[in-house]
Ligand binder design. Sequence first.
Ligand code: UDP
Ligand code: MN
Length: 321
Amino acid sequence: MADQAFVTLATNDSYAKGAMVLGQSLKNHKTSRKLVVMIGPHVSDPSRAVLRRIYDEVRLVDVLDSGDSAHLAMMKRPDLGITFTKLHCWKLTHYSKCVFMDADTLVVSNVDELFDREELSAAPDPGWPDCFNSGVFVFRPSKETHGKLLQFCTEHGSFDGGDQGVLNAYFGDWATTDISKHLPFIYNLSSVALYTYAPAFKQFGSKAKVVHFLGPTKPWSYTFDPRAQRVKGDVEAAASHPSFLLEWWILFASSVVPMMRQEYGDMAFHSGCEEEEILLAAPQPTLSSLERKNNWEQGQADYMGMDSFDNIQKKLDSFLK
Ligand code: UDP
Ligand code: MN
């Protein structure tokens, strides 16, 4: 399966954090496919180093520095900057089939079966279900398609100002032609939808495979208290399902922050984790379950060991079931 890949995009260090968590979540759920992250020139060196530890391929894309057709398209439509960058994924022609995932998505179960689908497969958008949401989609890299997409963008623009509008207009028969291209909603469970149709979430939410933290408030906009194991900020109002947001943070704090700490060294970085010393603490001798319970109740979770991401994930899974 070396010619198939999951692909994401991060143009800055904030979205890079999302990409780190997404990549790590794909690995934790044992994907057999390659992992590719496209980055913009503003991603810092230490963030690139962390991404290299998680991803098989870290690919610098920069529409502004190149003299190619993307650059020309970009000059005519400067409003569509990030969109043009996302469309670069069609240029990954050393892969035969790919699944694009936004950097603000989190995989909560293996989703390799997505590669059984064809271009362009995607899940309905919760806001307008005759459109697909462009946070998760199956595509076939092709220079020809890339060129056509750029041309389409330049001529028609985007009805929503972003990639979702362009892709929905270009793949305009998605809603009506081939039902196998409709991914089930559990492959792109948008957090905003959860409260608008709560009974359905109650029924189907535990089957989620990909959670999408769509909208202005991203997981990395919050802070996290590792001691209390709590996400801080206006969690309810931001309409991200609290247990998925917590899952994102546990993965970030337990797996990604240690890598960032190594790669950033003495350089400052914003982890969003309060009381980081808890993560820095030296490995503790094995505790009895009673001692562990006491520690836990005093807010001293053993983050790197018994209370690590994997174990908490199992708890979350059983809770959701
Ligand atoms: N993105 C990025 N930098 C930005 C904005 C967006 O790299 O400044 C990428 C990133 O992969 C992100 C995707 O484009 O997940 C789509 O944007 P976003 O997820 O913010 O849109 P939403 O899903 O909230 O509509
Ligand atoms: Mn998104």
